[in-house]
Design a protein around this ligand. Structure first.
Ligand code: ATP
Length: 376
């Protein structure tokens, strides 16, 4: 990982106003990407996250060179890519279907790309040996790949893609064929591989938990556009848009009235009046927000319970209690015109030996501290 720190922060990939339209004619044309701009830094574990059909794979295929943009530019370490065919780009891809050669051994699979490049045998052997150690497959070098488990095949596919030492590794939902336990293991494994090799990883997934666990930064996509780019914490704690808030984790959305905004060192905030008349401080997203009616979002674990009345942010009736081991979800039906469908969920951590729970039908207040609210 030499040179890691001095290279960190440089742009690995710049996507400038890229547009991709499939098909032609008014009716058949599909706008897969619409004016997308994005900078991915060197050494970054970067994730493209979004629902099926939002354009993630298309963006990856443009970077790999399997598709050409309809408009816009893609730069790799400052150089234009448009005229370089896929095999000439310092980029490699790991697909969902790993497509290993079943009749070849693990070592032959890993060395295949290097052999095709005509590298000397000594160099190939040395690289294969390093790659086997990297993915912890030293013991299985001579095994045919059709005699491996799914997780082992995934490791071989990764080693094969890393062997030519690409500057950027593209990963298109590489873990989706694995069962949950193996998938969790490989998430940690992939993160380690990225860290040890210092190669920029661009990872595609529609699984928000996977994205939060693995990424340095995430771009949330919807309908051919990028809605927000940020660290997992920024995206989770401060979703800038309604779609991002809904797509990642559970969240309560409340109607509110925006009273006045103020600038502070931690970002802009605003006083908002909730439907109960109570006023709280809420964080504002970047960019302009119109005064008046807005939505505010609150994560269930950022809210609390308190006695009804007495300055509670909102009040309601307990309708359901869902215990899930580490915590409990309290579902409330709000008084008056509250949140979406009048429901609100509070998540409290479970403590060992904690006392009696609230009974269904209990009247409770919702505790919302300044800063737990986010204007959308
Ligand atoms: P998934 O998670 O399902 O793979 P995605 O986010 O990767 O989805 P893309 O595969 O990039 O989405 O597709 C974006 C849009 O472009 C979709 O509407 C898709 O149907 C369309 N599309 C993709 N490839 C082509 C193609 N070769 N011809 C026509 N339309 C295409």
């Amino acid at each position: 990982t030499a040179g890691r720190s001095d290279r960190a922060g440089a742009a690995a990939i710049e996507i400038r106003r890229v547009r991709k339209v499939f098909g032609s004619g008014q009716e058949r044309a599909v706008v897969a990407l619409d004016d997308v701009s994005l900078t991915i830094r060197d050494n970054e574990f970067f994730t493209l996250l979004g629902p099926s059909g939002c354009g993630k794979t298309t963006l990856l295929r443009l970077i790999a060179g399997f598709e050409q943009p309809t408009a816009g530019e893609i730069l790799l370490f400052g150089s234009h890519l448009e005229h370089l065919p896929p095999h000439r780009r310092p980029v490699n891809t790991v697909f969902q279907q790993y497509a290993l050669f079943p009749h070849m051994t693990v070592a032959e699979n890993i060395g295949f790309g290097l052999m095709m490049q005509g590298r000397p045998k000594r160099e190939i052997d040395e690289t294969v040996r390093r790659m086997l150690a990297l993915v912890r497959m030293d013991d299985l070098a001579g095994r045919r790949t059709d005699q491996l488990s799914g997780g082992q095949q995934q490791r071989v596919a990764l080693a094969r893609a890393l062997a030519p030492h690409p500057k950027v590794l593209l990963l298109d939902e590489p873990l989706s064929a694995l069962d949950l336990k193996l998938r969790k293991e490989m998430q940690i494994e992939l993160k380690r591989l990225q860290h040890e090799t210092g190669i920029t990883f661009i990872f595609v997934t529609h699984d928000q938990e996977e994205a939060l666990t693995m990424s340095d930064r995430i771009a949330v996509m919807s309908d051919g556009a990028i809605l927000q780019v940020g660290t997992p914490r920024e995206i989770y704690d401060h979703p800038a848009r309604r779609f991002v808030a809904d797509f990642i984790g559970e969240i309560n959305i409340l109607p509110a009235e925006l009273l006045e905004t103020r600038e502070a060192s931690g970002g802009a905030s605003a006083r908002v009046r909730l439907s109960s008349g109570q006023v709280r401080l809420a964080r504002l997203p970047d960019g302009p927000v119109a005064a008046g009616r807005v939505n505010v979002a609150v994560r269930p674990e950022h809210a609390g319970l308190q006695p009804a009345g007495e300055g509670a942010a909102l009040t309601g009736t307990l309708s359901n209690v869902v215990y899930f081991g580490t915590g409990t979800h309290y579902h409330l039906e709000l008084d008056g015109p509250g949140g979406e469908g009048g429901r609100f969920v509070v998540e409290l951590q479970n403590r060992l030996g904690a006392g009696a729970d609230h009974a269904i039908g209990a009247r409770l207040g919702i505790l919302l501290t300044d800063g737990s609210l986010q204007v959308l």
